[in-house]
Design a protein around this ligand. Structure first.
Ligand code: ATP
Ligand code: ATP
Ligand code: MG
Ligand code: MG
Lengths: 165, 160, 160, 165
């Protein structure tokens, strides 16, 4: 399974449609403080079904929608598309390419799509169950997570082990 | 469920020592259940000893040593249950140059089977990347992505 | 006691805006009591808006923005109640080059009245230092200090 | 008030007497991971009276005593001396130079000295009361403290304000 392409529209600091293509190797993401790098990571967690707003550095889910600048109005919706190559048949689905789409409207309504077919959040999460890629993935290490893994005060270390088991 | 957890736990423990010693020459690391009779509830203890040093508590380790101790554990878990991709957000920040190089070698080893996305401010990490995306905010509050390539050609943004 | 706290609080608030805008061009920052009627117990809220951006919660700020937001608050407090010395342990780690330079300028401004000890891995910070101590562990587990000077002379250890 | 000299013996990773001289400007401390830089910061907090072992990254105070290596035995005591120039008369004491000494023995016994005269921990802490230099100093920013200052979960932000007031 390979992340092939990521598209963000109206997600956090990305008001306009932004596309990132990935290959199989090491992709570096660089830029000054506050330019949007960690927001890209958030978008990947979000499209894979993350529901914990704190993990997305937000108090409510509406905060992932582009909230405007001095010159741009807030958008009414956030949409992220993730295209995955199912090149080793890891995912329990017959397609070679899988497109996962998540949308959130300011009204609070959400929409989810698998290969452009409307589905439930549950369907997306079940797709990745047991691949280590779910929203509780141990494969996404955010700024500050090192300390929570080592801390005796949080449950993070234990959940890593439970995810893997 | 208990059996499966214990089986996974043991596999992670075996790998932990291997990965840790790639980052810490002559180092030693273990994970253990504080209460082996309650595997599904017991807290998990980490024991980590950098090379040449005596075993002390994880709290006494330095900032960089803690980062590598946690990174080793994560990679030990990937060996047991490979993740198709792995996203790292500035995990290299507390590392000195020598540890950074070891960390990058570790990543390159894993990169044959795992796709990595690495967010970084560090030039050595940028050089280790196959492709590089630069994110900018020329228009305040509006992010924009440009791809940056090495070895001539597309020199948008940084010349790193 | 309440009076004294409020007096201090207001002074810090005034300074916070000043220091913050040295690090964030056109930025704006405030501290406020969530419950002004209970100054000795109320939680203290931070509002920080980097230049050109809209005011969002502190949680939504980036790693580097958070570091500078906290550093600004600390320095605002030093202006109200100067500390004779200030020790900073790798606070520059999450900063990009441009912010690092602004941070170092801020420090130099304060260094006229306050003595700084700065632990760092960063070359720009090293260059901003008047004297440099290198700590090594050639003998594993045993720390040793050598002084390193710039501009020729004592080139023990690093040649930075 | 100026920190003039720091001497560590048997403190954490410094088994042998180590001396650092400070001038009035910016002193940089550099070196590889784990070489002892933050331990130097810990020694300054400790000699100024820090009693919270967690702040010193220890579970019990005995852990600040050099615990030995493969080739060196643990020491029986940790001692830190801090020499301060009282050049602006900030401290309520008549000397120009003040030497603060703290010792901890493995037995658990502690000794404190001000200018080589035995005193109580209380005397040291009272000396720095109201200078911002006490063990609760907001003037010592450790690795990881940025997050605790910004966190709503800890009391750290409030204690900064209270220290200053
Ligand atoms: N809903 C939103 N609408 C508009 N902007 C947002 C929204 N949520 C977050 N932001 C902006 O995104 C910025 C943070 O971006 P991000 O965390 O990706 O930075 P970064 O590139 O990771 O920086 P660093 O290197 O400092 O970690 C903040 O300045 C914030 O203003
Ligand atoms: N009581 C002790 N006796 C001997 N060694 C100790 C003791 N306490 C801590 N240490 C050692 O000190 C080391 C950590 O030192 P320190 O935290 O100062 O590193 P550092 O230079 O700040 O590194 P970094 O750049 O990674 O933050 C640990 O490796 C630990 O082994
Ligand atoms: Mg970030
Ligand atoms: Mg340190």
């Amino acid at each position: 399974m390979l992340l092939s392409r990521l598209e963000l529209t109206g997600f956090k600091s990305f008001p306009e449609r932004t596309v990132l293509e990935f290959n199989g190797g090491i992709t570096g993401v660089v830029g000054p403080n506050g330019c949007g790098k960690s927001n890209i990571l958030d978008s990947i967690r979000w499209v894979l079904g993350e529901q914990r707003t704190s993990v997305l550095r937000s108090a409510k889910m509406e905060e992932v929608i582009f909230s405007g600048t001095k010159t741009l109005k807030p958008t009414g919706m956030a949409e992220v598309n993730l295209i995955i190559k199912n090149n080793r048949g890891v995912l329990p689905i017959e397609y070679d390419n899988i497109v996962i789409t998540r949308r959130l409207f300011r009204s609070g309504e959400s929409e989810y799509y698998l290969n452009k077919n409307r589905c439930r959040l549950k369907d997306i999460m079940e797709l990745f169950f047991d691949t280590g890629m779910g929203p509780h993935a141990y494969s996404v290490i955010q700024q500050g997570m090192i300390d929570s893994i080592l801390s005796d005060k949080t449950e993070d270390r234990r959940s890593l082990f439970e995810e893997a088991a | 469920a208990e059996q499966r957890f214990l089986k996974t736990f043991d596999a992670i423990e075996k790998n932990y020592q291997n990965v840790f010693s790639k980052l810490f020459e002559n180092g030693e690391a273990h994970v253990e259940l504080e209460d082996p009779s309650l595997p599904l509830e017991s807290p998990i203890r980490i024991l980590a000893r950098p090379g040449g040093k005596k075993l002390l508590s994880v709290a006494q380790l330095s900032g960089g040593e803690r980062a590598l101790t946690a990174i080793s554990l994560l990679f030990a878990i990937y060996l047991v249950k490979p993740s198709p991709f792995c996203i790292l957000d500035e995990v290299d920040a507390p590392l000195d140059d020598i540890n950074l190089v070891r960390f990058l070698q570790l990543i390159k080893g894993f990169a044959k089977d795992t796709q990595f996305i690495v967010i970084t401010h560090n030039k050595l990490t940028m050089e280790a990347s196959d492709i590089l995306y630069g994110v900018t905010m020329e228009n305040p509050g509006v992010s924009k992505v440009v791809s940056v390539r090495f070895g001539g050609g597309n020199g948008d943004g940084d010349n790193n």
